[in-house]
Design a binder for this molecule. Structure first.
Ligand SMILES: [Zn+2]
Ligand SMILES: [Zn+2]
Length: 368
């Protein structure tokens, strides 16, 4: 293994990545493993970070959703974890070196190994620690998952943030109980994965978007779902009224107006307009799950909370046990991530609004 490697570094906010030769990460200590990166997915948060809108410092190697193969195992990694040289692993950005002792890490319901994506002492690969836009990366054996043999690496990488985030939202206890579930932004990176998850979970899915490209992707995913696709209602928010969307599939006669609507709505776009639409789609006692985090505040009508008993919750990337459950589910139901792959030296082409957010996920294939 060479002592140097190619890496893409954010050296200045608002500037392209500097793609350069630099020393590869040192051999792992403790519970860490060194992996050779095989696929690295470009997330919206990478763009937000590179634009300087988060508080972390520079220089930094970005990417917090990637996959690779183990090349060196740290001395304290238990063999029971199965992380042997040559095994492929998927890496979510959170949580590098969780403390294992804080409230977040020990609260009942957490992973047995003390992992929490909320641990305030843990690092975030691609944000506070170097991430996957490099040939080799140091990762924490506690934060990663072994990849199923049949799952291609370029499919696995975008599941590590986009997939796990939307999986986590669907696993929220209030969404689990919901039957009629809306996904606003269903034709985007998270959305098109989420609508497959939701359909295979047996939900009646209301897949909503507002661009030609996104609506086209939703229709394509619905077709590919076959039988499960029959549970997916496709809506174009530009032309369909929320009152029409919310009553689809429901007998409007003989039902009181407060019973009509969706049980839960998952909000993916970063806009007040989308939020307002989601609120209109919910029936009384419904749940709004906020996944996006716009820079400005979202305005919520207290009227909706008080008179309609709407519950508003947020949802972050999932936990380690959810990561493993998601991977099993992906293989079982053959969930397909729509990916566009690029060689590493074209990473800078993925920046900018034209290339992300719609039509699937952008993934660097390090083997190209
Ligand atoms: Zn992400
Ligand atoms: Zn902790």
């Amino acid at each position: 293994m060479s002592e140097t490697q190619t890496a893409a570094v954010v050296e200045q906010f608002g500037q392209p990545y500097t793609i350069k030769q630099m020393p590869r990460p040192k051999d792992p200590r403790g519970q860490d493993i060194l992996i050779r990166v095989l696929a690295a997915s470009y997330c919206h948060t990478d763009a937000v970070f590179a634009a300087g809108l988060l508080s972390q410092g520079l220089p930094r190697i970005g990417c917090h959703e990637f996959a690779g193969e183990v090349v060196v195992v740290g001395p304290d990694v238990p063999s029971s974890r199965g992380m042997v040289v040559g095994r492929r692993v998927g890496v979510p950005g959170r949580a590098y070196h969780p403390c294992g002792t804080c409230f977040e890490c020990t609260h009942p319901g957490q992973d047995e190994m003390g992992y929490s994506p909320y641990c305030p002492y843990a690092g975030n690969l691609g944000l506070t620690r170097d991430g996957g836009f490099q040939e080799y990366c140091l990762v924490d054996s506690r934060q990663v998952a072994l990849l199923p043999e049949s799952l291609p690496t370029t499919q696995a990488a975008p599941l590590m943030c986009a997939g796990l985030t939307i999986w986590s939202a669907l696993q929220h206890e209030r969404v689990k109980k919901a039957q009629r579930v809306g996904i606003i932004g269903a034709g985007g990176g998270l959305g098109h994965i989420g609508l497959q998850f939701a359909a295979h979970l047996g939900k009646d899915v209301f897949a909503i978007n507002a661009t030609d490209h996104a609506v086209e992707l939703i229709r394509k995913v619905k077709t590919n779902l076959g039988e499960a696709g029959k549970r997916v209602q496709v809506s174009d928010a530009r032309t369909e009224d929320p009152d029409v969307i919310r009553s689809k599939g429901q007998p409007v006669a003989n039902v009181s107006p407060t019973e009509i609507g969706l049980d839960a709505v998952i909000l993916l776009p970063e806009s007040q307009k989308s939020f307002d639409m989601g609120m209109k789609l919910l029936r009384n006692h419904g749940t709004m799950v906020v996944v996006s985090f716009p820079k400005d505040k979202l305005a919520v009508s207290a009227h909706d909370l008080v008179f309609r008993d709407i519950t508003l919750v947020g949802s972050l990337v999932g936990r380690n046990h959810q990561l493993r459950e998601m991977l099993e589910f992906v293989v079982k139901y053959q969930v397909q991530v729509q990916v566009n792959t690029f060689p590493f030296d074209r990473l800078n082409e993925l920046r900018g609004p034209t290339n992300h957010g719609e039509g699937g996920k952008l993934v660097i294939d390090m083997t190209l």
